[in-house]
Ligand binder design. Structure first.
Ligand SMILES: [Zn+2]
Ligand SMILES: [Zn+2]
Length: 272
């Protein structure tokens, strides 16, 4: 639950977000445009409003499920001992005091799970469409990443610079094509392309490690070399690169760091 004090009465209706997505998906599938009636309906669905006038800022509301990762599927997950499942939940509102996102990482042992609930408890109002994940299945693939260019030792940076062919637009470049993969991932490196390299907090005597990257899109025009083989025929298809429908931060990447010693210690979030 999110028990932090903030407005919870205003936003978009979760049911509306989902209905609008279903409608738009259908138009895309059929290659048609909405008729007048459907256009009116979409207007209603996209409308923000005070949909929960009785809910007070201090009332706790259920968090929204965002992701679920099994250690058996994701080799780099590095779950704390006794755990083999990571569940990620967040508050569907983005205006918490002193921090934007209220995110919870829940580590579990699947052996301890009894009868799972069939219906997720959900709060009917969300801040905006981009806070709501569309259910999708993960197909994890292991890739090798290399440190963000500005964090390489100076001699390596100079080598990369000399190697880069700036005259050929189609030539691979370290930054987009070879170092840090775009899209959702576990582990790997963070891209500091907005602020430049910043300080990663130290916990238990060591810099925190990157656990999870949540990304608005799986690839863009600049980093298509990372597009999975299975998706290559869909590169130009609308929405192919945004399967989760989540949009994070202004720049599109949210990095969740955890303590290198114990991932159950408090996490740190960085957006770029
Ligand atoms: Zn909240
Ligand atoms: Zn720690």
């Amino acid at each position: 639950m999110c028990a932090e004090v903030h407005r919870k009465d205003r936003g978009e209706l979760l049911a509306h977000v989902r209905e609008a997505r279903r409608m738009r998906e259908e138009f895309r599938r059929l290659g048609t445009d909405p008729n007048d009636e459907e256009r009116e309906r979409l207007k209603v669905l996209d409308k923000r409003g005070r949909y929960a006038p009785d809910v007070m800022p201090e009332d706790p509301i259920p968090l929204l499920a965002v992701g679920q990762f099994y250690a058996r599927d994701v080799p780099g997950l590095e779950a704390p001992s006794g755990c083999d499942l990571l569940q990620v939940l967040w508050c569907p509102f983005e205006r918490h005091d002193g921090h934007q996102v209220h995110l919870r990482l829940v580590w579990r042992s699947t052996a301890d799970v009894g009868v799972p609930v069939t219906t997720q408890p959900e709060f009917p109002v969300v801040d905006r469409d981009g806070c709501v994940p569309s259910p999708c299945v993960l197909h994890p693939e292991t890739v090798r990443e290399h440190q963000y260019v500005e964090l390489l030792p100076a001699d390596l940076q100079a080598k990369v610079e000399r190697w880069t062919n700036w005259d050929d637009e189609d030539a691979p470049d370290y930054q987009s094509d070879l170092s840090v993969a775009p899209g959702w991932k576990i582990g790997g490196f963070a891209k500091w392309n907005v602020t430049g390299p910043g300080e990663v907090p130290v916990h238990c005597g060591r810099p925190m490690r990157l656990l999870l990257t949540m990304a608005t899109s799986e690839w863009d025009g600049g980093n298509r070399s990372w597009v999975p083989v299975e998706d290559q025929q869909n590169v130009g298809v609308m929405k192919a690169s945004t399967p989760t429908d989540i949009s994070v931060s202004r720049w599109g990447n949210m990095y969740i760091f955890v303590c290198a010693d114990d991932a159950t210690h408090p996490h740190w979030i960085m957006t770029q």
